[in-house]
Design a protein around this ligand. Structure first.
Ligand code: GUN
Ligand code: FE
Length: 432
């Protein structure tokens, strides 16, 4: 038997629920015990009952009254944008040209990308995030750096070398052939190694020629199990540009459909200004929409329509989109999602928010059977949360009269300060 671990805490876990799509269901154990063996959760239950049958040599860490949850999952962020966050005064297309593309141009240098990969994953763990789906740059080196650091930390990670061959500075452009070959080499080297997965990552339709989208489609056809990640319908200027570049397409989603890029495991960032046809098509083909509220507010992109996604049966994830997004914290991100939806007179309960950033995002990644839950057989990626982490939070929690109230206030006020500890595959990876 390998390393073992037993944590006593208030255990809170979410799982998909057929009658409450997008919201899930929860299991809460006030005095819970979670036993981990070899990086996997072995048992979960009431502490008094479980303790009776436990090997007395196994040390139990008592963290009550902290909450133990599945590690958070961030299904859309950009590894090379940690130094772009908070770039002033522009919307998407100008933001890319003025700030983001010049920054990403530096990432062919292994010193730059190694350092950024180390920073990014350490910062994610500090925020309770144990799995992410990350865009790198068009340089294969950037993906090498992120995969190597992910492997060192033992994290479950999706990453992709970005494919882009037009409408960006020459230093960032590949070609249809190069993007294809470089992706294939990274797949051979990293995909399925430990907990790592490669994502086919055409940046978005405006920066890929039709030949490159065809090459991305070929990769997708050659590797039916791979994730695909890109951007869709984020900004009105972007959508108008797509209409110009692909006059034959009836809408933005139709461009990706044409090249076989809309399928299960395909993650479409933003999805703000979709038509009903587009939502229906994404849903029918099993793809996921990834809502990125801090980015959408910061770049003035618009307000995600969660009720429309739910009505269409379109699976929705919730992500930071660092560095268009402004916070690494999925708690802070969920709080901004609540505010975006408030502007649409829509609701996001505390339970629904916590479902989204754990089991919901796991479902979006197609990994709902291995991460995102505190349940036997699941990988032991865990986060210990302190709802009273700050004076303001402690004061608020004094007046919380139910679990629901406490959790909603935790989502509203929480960030990295509420993350007391993070475990990756049963190993302590961060402690505040
Ligand atoms: N669309 C294409 N690239 C990007 C990016 O880096 N960030 C955001 N927010 N949208 C994009
Ligand atoms: Fe993005």
């Amino acid at each position: 038997a390998g390393a073992s671990l037993a944590i006593r805490a208030r255990v809170l876990s979410y799982h998909a629920h057929p009658m409450r799509e997008g919201e899930g269901a929860h299991r809460y154990i006030e005095d819970g015990l979670v036993v981990v063996r070899d990086g996997v959760i072995e048992s979960v239950g009431e502490a008094p009952a479980l303790l009776a049958g436990l090997d007395p040599a196994l040390e139990v860490a008592d963290h009550r009254p902290l909450l133990l949850m599945a590690g958070f999952i961030d299904p859309h962020l950009h590894m090379p944008q940690t130094q772009v966050i908070g770039s002033y005064g522009t919307q998407l297309m100008e933001w890319l040209a003025r700030y983001t593309f010049p920054e990403e141009s530096r990432y062919g240098d292994p010193a730059v990308s190694d350092e950024a990969a180390r920073f990014l994953l350490a910062e994610l763990l500090r925020n309770g995030t144990t799995t992410a789906s990350a865009f790198c740059t068009s340089h294969p080196q950037s993906a090498e750096s992120l995969f190597a650091e992910g492997e060192r930390l033992g994290m479950r990670l999706v990453a992709g070398k970005v494919m882009m061959d037009r409408n960006a500075p020459p230093a960032l452009l590949d070609t249809p052939e190069r993007g294809f070959d470089e992706s294939n080499r990274l797949i051979e080297r990293w995909h399925g190694r430990g907990r790592l997965a490669f994502a086919i990552s055409p940046r978005f339709a405006p920066t890929s020629s039709e030949a490159q989208l065809e090459a991305a489609g070929q990769l997708a056809a050659d590797h039916p199990d791979l994730h695909i990640q890109t951007h869709l319908s984020e900004n009105h200027g972007e959508i108008a540009f797509v209409r110009e570049l692909f006059p034959w397409a009836e809408d933005y989603t139709a461009v990706y459909e044409r090249y076989g890029l809309v399928r299960p495991g395909a993650l479409f960032g933003h999805c703000i200004h979709l038509s009903e046809r587009e939502r229906g098509s994404l849903a029918e083909r099993g793809a996921s929409a990834i809502c990125c509220p801090t980015s959408n507010l910061f770049l003035g992109s618009g307000l995600f329509d969660r009720d429309a996604a739910l009505a269409a049966g379109l699976r929705t994830g919730l992500a930071t989109d660092i560095g268009g997004g402004t916070s690494y914290s999925l708690l802070a991100t969920a709080a901004e999602a609540y505010k975006v939806l408030a502007l649409r007179d829509q609701k996001l309960t505390g339970h629904a928010a916590l479902y989204m950033i754990t089991a919901g995002n796991a479902e979006a990644l197609g990994w709902g059977d291995r991460i995102g839950q505190v349940a036997p057989g699941f990988e032991a990626d865990l986060v210990l949360l302190d709802p009273g982490a700050t004076p303001a939070m402690r004061r608020r929690m004094e007046r919380a009269n139910s679990l629901e109230e406490e959790l909603f206030a935790l989502v509203t006020m929480g960030d990295d300060r509420a993350v007391a500890a993070t475990f990756v595959a049963g190993r302590l990876a961060h402690r505040r």
